[in-house]
Design a protein around this ligand. Sequence first.
Ligand code: MN
Length: 400
Amino acid sequence: MTWIPVPDGSPIGVHTLPYGVFSTAHDGRRVGAAIGDHIVDLAAVAGEQGGADPAIFRTSSLNAFMSRGPRVWFAVREWLTRLLMDREHRAAVEPHLVPMPDAVLHLPFEVADYVDFYASRQHAENLGQIFRPDRPELPKAWRHLPIGYHGRSGTVVPSGTDVIRPNGMRADGGAVSYGPSTMLDIEAEVGFVVAVPSALGQPIPVGRFAEHVFGVVLVNDWSARDIQAFEYVPLGPFLGKSFATSISVWVVPLAALEHARVDPPPRDPKPAEYLRDTQPWGLDITLEVSWNGTTVSRPPFAGMYWTAAQQLAHLTANGACVRTGDLYASGTVSGPIREQYGSFLELSWNGTQPVRLADGSTRTFLHDGDRVTISASAPGPGGSRVGLGEVTGTIRPALR
Ligand code: MN
């Protein structure tokens, strides 16, 4: 298939080709594409080989490349695929392959605005049962529109960044105090990266999703449940989530997920006109959550009630515009059974059912020193897998 030796079973093959930003001991940040255990230095290859404008890769973020739009994305993907499949290019490209261990990966794009949705029905119902046992499980608007909130783009960090346990206000019975969160949690999510901006006042129709969105990343929406529970009424999450949001360092283009597209689940009631599907944008991505090396959950993305196309349409339905680098995340991905829950709040059922790890220890929420890794893959062509990489982070003690 490709002349690059890709390890057996690697999901980062020639059908994946995700983009990221890396640096090496000798050279600063620039754009690369991953294949197997290597990074293709795109600026160097484009500079020598032509076929793509090297300026869009000789920069410290994907924003310039992404903002060029779908015709450039597809042309670059075709060009790159040809270089990697066709042996006649080997001699010219090989000197510009960087072994992964020699590179440092960075935040792949400049995050403009950040939005987080709440599109898993199972997750929303679980939280309803845990926090509002006396009321209906789903909030009134939930089945009518994709519920979301605006988050903090400046604290989106690349995979591998340590997360300092946040301090905040918590209520314990009648007592309210300020201190380290004792209910630090994760949310396993899929994020969508907006590349082509829209104009103020111009909603993006559901059918134009792929003209604006470049690709996906994995997201860990770290959440301090005690801080969140005390602050969220009536304006929603604030400091309980804004301290850090981790994303994977490789952006997988939508083009690599063609074979993962599935019909979304049936909706009742029928969505409003502006939210009606024109093409199937469900994605059969399977996530995996590892807690200190023990796999504790495999959340299935295919069952998400609202698709990313509907979320983008909703995000702009009031005329709000999007910018290159906007990131919006799906909301915690949870499937119908416990082994598919995407947060520790659900896995431990609000701390009442501890999770056992391989070393024999048990957990409800995160301890200092704990490491969480979320990885994912999706079906590719011919029975192959397309890897979405991973997002990882380790908890450091709160500041005193
Ligand atoms: Mn979230």
